[in-house]
Design a protein around this ligand. Structure first.
Ligand code: SAH
Ligand code: SF4
Length: 369
């Protein structure tokens, strides 16, 4: 069965065109699926009955199925989604007063193996299809509407999810085609109609793909920096050995010439005694001197087996102050959904859960009762 969630406008136009349908039918179909959030071809009532019947015989609307659905004390909600072959990915809904954000996964696992990342620790399983990526947004909006979630913009007829961050499991630029197809659907007025500023892609720094993204789908860009110099970044973010800082920052500059936002967000995970010293903050300031940017300092989220610890709050605040004193905007990421392991860097699906169970088993055998 063809999955209609896999198609952006070009894909849908081609698919329906081969079946004798005019391009406006593609837009209509996208509207039913992504605006109306229908889950059956039969529900698209302005298509001729015979067309619907023919389409239903070979196509369906298939989002990943939910394995687990948990809501944290602060309202953060995490869906564990089955993507087949014993793989699961996560999507996280983060409600705020003025927006509803969905953190979306792009791959099952990740090949890039950053030293502090639990997704990286499980290795790479596979790329998600465009349908599995956009399916996370489709599913979240449908579920939140069904559950009657309240927000002023929902009363005005908008979807609950107003912002998407490609910051879940995986490196989005390593699954370029499918991620861009999914993001085109996010931006499409016949689908979710999100502005480019409300869709943020976070990358560990695949330089050629940053350039390609700028040409093909220039959404807001976040770059996982994490270190102020190459030797340290080589150790923390191994892709730096291929695309060192000088090349990465040059790509950031090229990007913002074209992107809708006139700054890049640099993410910087705060690791105790590793990258959080005052002189490292000063080195960072010198490094990004030419790039219009904002910093987002992320308290490290520990996971079983990691050698890292989060910087103490006082050191994070001091680091922030140093950046601010140099005129940079620097925020500290609020930790959300900690009680359900939904925080940044905690998304690792079932494999992580297995590791955790194993860890708990080991722990319970060495802990006297
Ligand atoms: N692969 C992409 C996007 C997914 S990760 C990237 O690396 O940018 C989203 C953010 O969480 C990245 O900045 C990543 O470095 C950070 N992160 C990973 N593990 C973390 C952890 N254990 N604690 C805090 N942040 C983490
Ligand atoms: Fe992959 Fe991002 Fe984790 Fe690095 S931080 S291993 S790129 S998901």
């Amino acid at each position: 069965m063809v999955n209609l969630l896999d198609f952006d406008e070009a894909g849908m136009t081609a698919f329906l065109g081969e079946r004798g349908q005019k391009p406006f039918r593609a837009r209509q179909t996208l509207r039913w699926i992504h605006h109306g959030l229908v889950d059956r071809v039969e529900a698209m009532t302005d298509l001729a009955k015979a067309t619907r019947a023919a389409l239903a015989g070979e196509a369906e609307i298939r989002a990943p199925s939910v394995v687990r659905d948990t809501t944290a004390a602060d309202g953060t909600r995490k869906w564990l989604l089955d993507v087949g072959g014993a793989n699961a990915v996560e999507a996280v809904y983060i409600p705020e007063d003025d927006r509803g954000t969905l953190c979306v996964s792009s791959q099952a696992g990740c090949a890039l193996d950053c030293a502090f990342c639990s997704t990286g620790k499980q290795g790479f399983n596979r790329n998600l299809s465009a349908g599995e990526i956009i399916g996370q947004l489709w599913h979240a909006n449908r579920t939140l509407i069904t559950d009657g979630v309240a927000a002023p913009w929902i009363e005005h007829g908008r979807h609950p999810i107003t912002n998407v961050v490609m910051m879940g499991m995986g490196e989005p630029l390593a699954n370029f085609e499918n991620v861009v197809t999914a993001m085109r659907i996010m931006l499409d007025d016949n689908a979710y109609g999100l502005s480019r500023r409300r869709v943020t892609l976070s990358t560990s720094g695949l330089v050629p793909s940053i350039d390609r993204l700028r040409e093909e789908c220039p959404v807001a860009l976040a770059v996982s920096l994490h270190a102020p110099n190459d030797p340290l970044r080589d150790a923390l973010v191994p892709i730096n050995r291929k695309y060192p800082l000088r090349e990465l920052l040059a790509a950031c500059l090229r990007y913002i010439e074209k992107a809708p936002r006139d700054f890049v967000t640099f993410e910087y995970v705060m690791l105790d005694g590793v990258n959080d010293a005052p002189e490292q903050a000063r080195e960072l300031i010198a490094l990004v001197r030419d790039v219009p940017c904002k910093f987002n300092l992320i308290p490290f989220n520990p996971f079983p087996g990691t050698e890292f610890k989060s910087s103490p709050r006082s050191r994070i605040l001091a680091f922030q102050r140093t950046l601010q004193d140099a005129g940079l905007v620097a925020t500290i990421r609020k930790t959300r959904g900690e009680d359900i392991d939904a925080a940044c860097g905690q998304l690792a699906g079932q494999v992580q859960d297995r590791t955790k169970r194993r860890w708990q088993r080991i722990h319970s055998t060495v802990t006297p009762t």
